[in-house]
Unconditional design. Structure first.
Length: 273
């Protein structure tokens, strides 16, 4: 049965052997996404946030059998009105293309994230976040979620290990990757940008003497975080204007990078308030 909100112009796909579906499944792999110049967005909240931030959607594949609520038809219509091609899929077809364990019936193809340092807003007093060599998409997404909540003016992903366009980054960020100015850049280029705009760096390291609550975060500042396994590279540690530590009172000697980032960000929020 054709859904009542479906447009007469919508394509309908009911076979998992359809070439479009095969091509869509291939986009799960980074080389295929880069070759196609594509980004995948799955889920109601993620897609809704992309639309709210005028992120261009190329195609939307939808399946009413998987909807979780009553707002999905409106979102499909909004994508269609914004110029996206909308494709209605059978339950089996959508189950094949979905990433989530429990699909939500919405999967979009969009242009990849491609902002540069030149696109970052220069704000005074600015609050920026630099994430160096974050390995896990889930951690990077969580960091972006906290950055959005804390009102960060820009995020720079340095010497990335995780592809910013990984669908799991989009999912774990709950779409905040579209609400933030997020760029990928080398450490060298990032250091030059910070120097040009006179932004000081705050780096968390266990060897620092000052607690993170004892330094001034109301000035133009960039919080720099790295991986739990190796921490920050020497380029960031040696050049940090404000080395700080987060007190560790138990036996563990490090926090999950997303948790540590949230602590630092909300200390900046507290001071600026």
């Amino acid at each position: 049965m054709i859904p009542s909100h479906m447009s007469n112009q919508d394509l309908v796909i009911t076979s998992v052997q359809n070439q479009r579906i095969k091509d869509l499944v291939r986009l799960r792999k980074r080389p295929q996404r880069e070759k196609a110049g594509a980004l995948l967005i799955e889920g109601y909240r993620e897609l809704n946030r992309a639309l709210a931030n005028q992120y261009p959607i190329r195609q939307l594949y939808y399946c009413p059998d998987w909807y979780l609520g009553e707002n999905e038809p409106g979102l499909v219509a909004a994508c269609r009105a914004a110029g996206a091609e909308t494709v209605c899929c059978s339950r089996d077809v959508f189950d094949k293309i979905a990433y989530k364990d429990r699909p939500e019936g919405l999967l979009a193809v969009a242009a990849p994230l491609a902002k540069t340092l030149a696109d970052l807003p220069v704000v005074h007093p600015g609050l920026y976040l630099i994430a160096e060599a974050i390995e896990k998409p889930g951690n990077l997404g969580s960091i972006l979620r906290s950055a959005d909540a804390a009102g960060v003016h820009g995020v720079i992903v340095c010497d990335h290990c995780t592809d910013l366009n990984n669908p799991n980054v989009v999912r774990s960020s709950v779409g905040t990757v579209f609400s933030l100015p997020v760029v990928e850049a080398s450490t060298q280029d990032t250091l030059a940008w910070l120097k040009q705009h006179e932004v000081k760096t705050l780096a968390a390291t266990p060897s620092a003497k000052a607690l993170y609550t004892d330094v001034d975060m109301t000035q133009d500042i960039a919080l720099v975080v790295g991986t739990e396994k190796f921490g920050l590279s020497e380029a960031w540690l040696n050049g940090a204007d404000l080395p700080v530590r987060i007190p560790m009172l138990g036996q563990i000697d490090s926090l999950n990078v997303a948790c540590a980032t949230t602590l630092l960000l909300y200390e900046a929020v507290r001071q600026r308030a």
